[in-house]
Design a protein around this ligand. Structure first.
Ligand code: ADP
Ligand code: MG
Length: 297
C-alpha cells in the first residue's frame, strides 16, 4: 500500500478509537490467519467483583480471611489484587498487616511473610507447587459451581495450612461473542489463551465460541503457541492487556493492547492500542487493513 493509503487508514482508525503506532502493522494485519485473545481484561472487563469468601472449615472467620489476604494482595498490581483491596476498603477500616518478603509468581499468585509465617495466595497449581492440599469435598461443595460459571477462585494458605478461598467474578465485555463471530466470518482462526484455570477457561470459551482454548498459560506458553503458528508460516495477531501478555504481544506479528485496563508494559509492547478497550472495533480494524492493502497493491 502507498504511504498515503496507510495515512488515510490510520486517520480513519484514530476516529474509531484505535491508535496505530506503525503503518507497517496495517499491512501485516491484512495477512493474518489467526487472532489470539487473552481472557482477563481483554475479553472481560478486567474489574472482577469479589462475590464470596469461603473459609476452610472453622479455622478462620470470613473477616480474618479477607484481612490476611488483603494485607498480602495490597502489595500486588494484578487486577485480581486490586479488586480484593477495593472490596476490603469498601467493607472494613482496620489497618492492614505488615507483609515482608513479598513476591509475585507470574501466572500463579503471590507470597509474603506475616508475623514471620509464610502466607500464599493464588490458583490451584500454585497450591500444589507449595504442597497445600485442596480437599475434594471442600472444593465440590463450596467452589466448583462458581468455577463452572466462569468465576475465579483464589486460595489462601498460611504456614502450610489452607485458610480458605475467595471467589472473584468478572464479566464478559459487551459484544465479545459477536466480535469473535465476525472474526470467524472473515475466515480467520480464533484462540483464547488464559492464565486462568480449566473450568473458567472452558466456560468463557463456550460463551464466545473460539476455535481453540489454552488454559493455565504462563507468559511463555502464550509466546510458544504463537511461535508454533509462525513456524507454519502463519501470521498472528495477539490481543492482550496484562504484564503477562507483553512477551506475546511482542512475539505476535501484530500486537494489540487495551488502553482502558492495559498495563503500561503491554501497551509499550504492542503495535496498536484500542484506546477505550472497545473490542467491537477489532473487526473494523481488520477489514480496513485488508481494504487498504488490496486497493493499492
Ligand atoms: P490472564 O492470562 O487470564 O489474564 P494471569 O496470567 O494474569 O491471567 O493470571 C493467571 C492466574 O494466576 C489467575 O487467574 C490467578 O489464579 C493467579 N494470580 C495471578 N496474580 C494473582 C494475585 N495477585 N493473587 C492471586 N492469584 C493470582
Ligand atoms: Mg489479562
Amino acid at each position: 500500500a502507498t504511504p498515503t493509503a496507510i495515512m488515510a487508514a490510520i486517520g480513519n482508525l484514530t476516529k474509531h478509537g484505535i491508535l496505530v503506532k506503525d503503518g507497517e502493522s496495517i499491512e501485516t494485519l491484512a495477512k493474518i490467519k489467526t487472532v489470539i485473545l487473552d481472557k482477563t481484561g481483554t475479553l472481560t472487563y478486567g474489574n472482577p467483583e469479589l462475590v464470596e469468601i469461603i473459609p476452610y472449615e472453622s479455622k478462620i472467620s470470613k473477616d480474618d480471611l479477607i484481612y490476611q489476604l488483603t494485607s498480602l494482595e495490597s502489595n500486588s498490581e494484578h487486577p485480581l489484587a486490586k479488586s480484593i483491596v477495593k472490596y476490603y476498603k469498601n467493607n472494613y477500616t482496620e489497618k492492614l498487616l505488615e507483609v515482608t518478603n513479598f513476591k509475585v509468581i507470574i501466572g500463579k499468585g503471590v507470597k509474603g511473610k506475616i508475623e514471620g509465617e509464610e502466607i500464599i495466595a493464588g490458583n490451584k497449581e500454585f497450591m500444589s507447587d507449595k504442597n497445600i492440599e485442596l480437599p475434594e469435598t471442600y472444593i465440590k461443595n463450596n467452589i466448583e459451581s462458581y468455577l463452572n460459571t466462569g468465576s475465579t477462585a483464589i486460595y489462601v494458605a498460611r504456614d502450610g495450612f489452607l485458610l480458605g478461598c475467595i471467589i472473584l467474578s468478572d464479566i464478559l465485555r459487551e459484544n465479545a461473542e459477536s466480535v469473535i463471530s465476525q472474526i470467524k466470518d472473515m475466515d480467520l482462526n480464533t484462540a483464547l489463551l488464559t492464565g486462568d484455570n480449566k473450568e473458567t477457561g472452558e466456560y468463557i470459551a463456550s460463551k464466545v465460541k473460539v476455535d481453540t482454548l489454552k488454559y493455565n498459560c504462563l507468559p511463555e506458553d502464550k509466546t510458544s503457541f504463537i511461535q508454533d503458528l509462525q513456524k507454519q508460516d502463519e501470521r498472528v495477531a495477539m490481543i492482550g492487556d496484562g504484564i503477562n501478555d507483553a512477551p506475546s504481544l511482542k512475539k505476535a506479528d501484530v500486537g494489540i493492547s487495551m488502553g482502558d485496563v492495559g498495563s503500561d508494559i503491554s501497551i509499550d509492547a504492542s503495535n496498536i492500542t484500542l484506546i477505550s478497550g472497545d473490542i467491537k472495533e477489532i473487526p473494523h480494524l481488520i477489514k480496513l487493513s485488508k481494504r487498504t492493502v488490496k486497493i493499492i497493491n
